[in-house]
Write a protein that binds this ligand. Sequence first.
Ligand SMILES: Cc1cc2nc3c(=O)[nH]c(=O)nc-3n(C[C@H](O)[C@H](O)[C@H](O)COP(=O)(O)OP(=O)(O)OC[C@H]3O[C@@H](n4cnc5c(N)ncnc54)[C@H](O)[C@@H]3O)c2cc1C
Length: 401
Amino acid sequence: MRDNYDVVVVGAGPGGSVAAQTAAEECDVLLIEKRQEIGAPVRCAEGVDKERFLEFIQPDKKWIASEIHTYRVNAPDGAMVELSGEAIGFETIYVLERKLFDRELAKRAARAGADVMVRTRATGLIKEDGAVKGVKINRLGENFEVRAKVVIGADGVESQVGRWGGINTTLKLEDIESCAQYYMTNVDEVEDGVIDAYFGSVAPSGYAWLFPKGEKTANIGVGVLASKLDGKRSVDYLNEFAMKHFPDGQPAELVMGGVPASDKLKTIAGNGLLLVGDAAHCGDPVTGAGIVAAMESGKMSGEVACKSVRQNDASMRVLKEYQSKWHNTYGKVQKHNYKIKEFHANTSDEEFNKVIRELKNIKLGETNPIHAATRLLKANPRLLLVIRHLLYRGTHGYRLG
Ligand SMILES: Cc1cc2nc3c(=O)[nH]c(=O)nc-3n(C[C@H](O)[C@H](O)[C@H](O)COP(=O)(O)OP(=O)(O)OC[C@H]3O[C@@H](n4cnc5c(N)ncnc54)[C@H](O)[C@@H]3O)c2cc1C
């Protein structure tokens, strides 16, 4: 095993693989993954916004399970409104097969020249004079030290790399969605091309979902704000939800995991160190979506890491360009979406019922937007805050998804 690289990337999720691929186009890169299989187990509902996704990769039928054009929003009292993608600003959502997709991204990193190792866990960082100089690794039971000019921590929501590097990545309970999901089959309610989202006490301060995967099969899950679990586990909410809505469904897989639902993390770079994806809390605080955000931050980090190698200076002076770039683009959207999340987190069942019933009466996309906004504001004046933040986001042209 080599003991020296320009860049070591810890974690082969979407963030790590895209960081490794980008950096490997110019630098010497090692990508390590602690699991024995990249992409498994899948802890994800696997939905991505097509428009943003296409900036990275052309879709391939092998790892796209379905294409979504219709969104059904379900109120606590059973009212339901069907919205087209156009009406809510998404052309299409792809539901991926992440087992295959994550592997495809790792392959691309390898083809760009990165060395890829599985069953290889980072156990600590090599630090000298206040700077990160490499990674301590356990590979198949043996310990190694690998020196690097830059270490990219892409080790997900439970990231240790940031903490080892002195960056406080602790999430408050009110900033984590606690998720549980069945990959469930024999679900008669699955409709191709349609996503269902359920709001209210079914998943306090979060939502429950059905993402179709074809043949009466779907990802069916809940995300509950950890501070609102109220003595229950997310899997308890999932069981109640699944039993009520899909009584004949049979689970083939259960996954549980946390999703950051926070404002942007202030520090995502240090001397010799960059954090990306969930490790840097890059996802959308409203939807919990973080796949494309991980890829975006991965790409930015790979580019800046190579620049620092070229300049032979991996100090914060050069690496902070990554932090500024994230904060000045998607970080701004995160800030506004965080405000929307706070609104959502404090909305009662009655308020959801009223707004969703009003949405049902308005033909979004056809009704004059001012009239639509006025009617929604009548149903819930607190929506003014959401409209303000949505307008801001619109003017900046970036979307988190
Ligand atoms: C139930 C659920 C549903 C979700 N649904 C969606 C959705 O529909 N759409 C969406 O966009 N997002 C969704 N997400 C979020 C999405 O899964 C993450 O945002 C995304 O995977 C983040 O990518 P990442 O590369 O930052 O981290 P990850 O994909 O978590 O990858 C991190 C990798 O690092 C590895 N690793 C960790 N520690 C070490 C170590 N010490 N050494 C070596 N390797 C290590 C891990 O094994 C893992 O492979 C969901 C999450 C959950 C839990």
